[in-house]
Design a protein. Structure first.
Length: 249
């Protein structure tokens, strides 16, 4: 029997990509899974697709840019399953653009989702984990949280911030039974690039990462990394995992 049997994980950004794959992985291992995202129809589709898994799956429509909605998500989970063992802060946006394009609205959305969304998740779940003296907070950062690329000044900034927030949180929680992990994926085949509106960036992506240039990771690869960190013994805290395709420099 899996160690996750009966444990509870909350996943934001669960309606597609890494979040969807992670939900399937944990539900398959017997965990209680709470799916959170803005797109309720996609959450319902995913919940239905996971009905044959041993884990229980619930959904909660949530916009992580709303502090109140994130608190409602965590309270819903506590009321439904009695607690939260793992929070996976996975919601994210990546509308890359060159600074000279001045896409301020997109910059603000990235800050709201990629930074504030992480902070709101921590703020909501930490008191519960401190009360139960256990838990694991995981956040999706990125290779972009280590390396800056043209068109990624703001996006990379948000991912650097997410990684530093998690590192700082980990230092503050040292000596407790609450663990922290940043997952930093390289190129993954997800919907993330669909938020890019800058045509010059899309052209650059096609040139550098187009068909035949690189084989991206599958979302399931990242889900396995998330599961690995959670499955470690209580005295082992995997603070960060970098996962990239073996043909990504």
């Amino acid at each position: 029997m899996s160690d996750m049997n009966g444990k509870t994980i909350v996943i934001t950004g669960a309606s597609s990509g890494i979040g969807e794959a992670t939900a399937a992985k944990f539900a398959g291992e017997g965990a209680n899974v709470v799916l959170a995202a803005r797109r309720k129809d996609r959450l319902e589709e995913l919940q239905n697709s996971l009905q044959d898994k041993p884990g229980k799956v619930e959904i909660k429509q949530t916009d992580v840019t709303s502090k109140d909605e994130v608190h409602e998500l965590i309270q819903f989970t506590v009321d439904t399953f009695g607690g939260v063992d793992v929070l996976f802060n996975n919601a994210g946006l990546m509308p890359l653009s060159f600074m000279e394009k001045g896409k301020v609205d997109e910059w603000e959305k990235m800050v709201d989702v990629n930074i504030k969304g992480v902070l709101y998740g921590i703020h909501a779940v930490l008191p519960h984990m401190q009360e139960q003296n256990s838990g694991h907070i995981i956040t999706t950062s990125s290779i972009a949280g280590h390396e800056i690329m043209p068109s990624g000044a703001v996006y990379c900034g948000t991912k650097f911030a997410a990684r530093v927030i998690m590192e700082g949180l980990g230092k503050e929680l040292a000596g407790t039974d609450i663990r922290t992990t940043s997952i930093s994926p390289g190129v993954v085949d997800t919907e993330l690039t669909e938020t890019i509106t800058d045509e010059d960036v899309l052209e650059m992506f096609e040139k550098n990462f187009g068909k035949g240039k690189m084989t991206p990771l599958d979302s399931k690869d990242i889900a396995e990394a998330v599961y690995y960190t959670v499955q470690q013994p209580k005295n082992v805290d995997v603070n960060e995992i970098i996962v990239r395709p073996n043909n990504q420099g």
